[in-house]
Design a protein around this ligand. Structure first.
Ligand code: MG
Ligand code: ZN
Length: 364
């Protein structure tokens, strides 16, 4: 009886050892140290909008490579339906705030963004946007203003963050200001390569790039923006990844939202496909790197998009809109890379900030 129970115990121990082997290798694979986080925001990219692009595309979208999905609740502190300022602030700082507010909590206190926190830990930081870099979404990562329309004050706030690379529109908010300051000159004095064309941005050899490649916003891709978003994102990754400590990069597909406001189905799909092309570039980098967590989400839905008919074989979709503004529905979240599994489930948009902080191992 005694020997039998011992041998039985031995079997348990041995089987435990053997079962450890595959478990351990699997663990090594998924527990790679997270050095870099790339947060991609499709402004106004609700699930119906994303599915319209999936339907139109002959190949699966790049976003479908993400193994983990979740849902984020988007409401603002003062409104069931958020704007991009409150939602951007929620994602950037982990605080619900009032619509229109940038980088401050609901009580009006300035709150640090993940970009500012990453910078203070010695990581490189960057932002890419097809809108003005001072517009609500990117502004939420670098500024603290009670009104999202204070573009020139937002530009001033950006100057003191230490951000390494930013590429987007908004040259006029730096260099053609009411206060006559020329912040483009100030940026040059601070060591930035200030460039106003995408070609010169892509050719820059600097580790600090201020790419102000449109006076205010870039045009829609259907109106001539070309590959600005994927190219700018690739360039930002090239530069930021030179920092072996790691980096934080925010990439925004800004104009999915504008197509939703305009109830323009063709533009809505095209801007989403442009964002997905950018996702392809980002995921290729993350896959090779192995230390990069990629999170892809939206700040809110725009247009009340409904897919009323379509055909997967012909790649055709019929889109109806119920609104010319944002709606309240929760938005999808996609994650790729080490730590991606933490983004499964249903949670507040503010939790995305907390999950990123935890991924970096920063104290909260
Ligand atoms: Mg935006
Ligand atoms: Zn909007």
């Amino acid at each position: 009886m005694k020997t039998r129970s011992i041998s039985f115990l031995l079997v348990i121990i041995l089987s435990g050892l053997f079962s450890c082997v595959p478990a351990k290798t699997a663990k090594v694979k998924t527990n790679k140290e997270i050095r870099n986080v790339i947060l991609m925001i499709g402004d106004g990219m609700g699930l119906a909008t994303l599915y319209s692009a999936m339907t139109v595309s002959p190949q699966p979208l790049n976003i479908e490579r993400c193994p983990e999905t979740g849902l984020a609740k988007t409401y603002a502190s003062d409104n069931y339906i958020t704007d991009s300022a409150a939602a951007g602030t929620a994602l950037a700082t982990g605080n619900k705030t009032k619509n229109g507010v940038i980088g401050m909590d609901a009580q009006g206190n300035r709150v640090k963004s993940i970009l500012e926190i990453a910078e203070s830990h010695g990581l490189s930081t960057g932002m890419v946007s097809t809108s003005s870099i001072t517009h609500a979404t990117p502004a939420s990562f670098v500024a603290h203003q009670s009104s999202r329309g204070s573009y020139e004050d937002i530009a001033k706030d950006l100057m003191i963050t230490g951000i390494d690379v930013f590429i987007g529109g908004g040259y006029d908010h730096f260099a053609k200001r009411k206060d006559k300051l020329n912040l483009a000159d100030s940026l040059r004095k601070m060591g930035y390569d200030v460039e106003t064309s995408m070609e010169s941005v892509l050719n820059s050899g600097s580790l600090k790039i201020a790419g102000l490649t449109a006076p205010v916003h870039h045009p829609y891709r259907l109106k001539g923006r070309g590959d600005m978003l994927p190219n700018a994102s690739g360039k930002a990754i090239d530069v930021l990844s030179k920092n072996k400590k790691g980096f934080f990069l925010m990439i925004e597909g800004s104009q999915i939202d504008w197509a939703g406001h305009a109830n323009s189905a063709d533009t809505l799909v095209d801007e989403t496909l442009d964002f997905d092309k950018t996702i392809g570039r980002v995921l290729d980098f993350a896959q090779n790197d192995g230390h990069t967590l990629v999170i892809i989400t939206a700040d809110h839905e725009t247009g009340g998009v409904t897919l009323v008919d379509g055909n997967m074989q012909d790649h055709k979709v019929k889109i109806a809109f119920s609104k010319k503004d944002h709606t309240a529905v929760c938005v999808p979240v996609f994650a790729f890379g080490p730590g991606a599994e933490k983004f499964a489930g249903i949670y507040d948009n503010t939790d995305i900030f907390r999950k990123i902080m935890a991924a970096y191992g920063f104290q909260q």
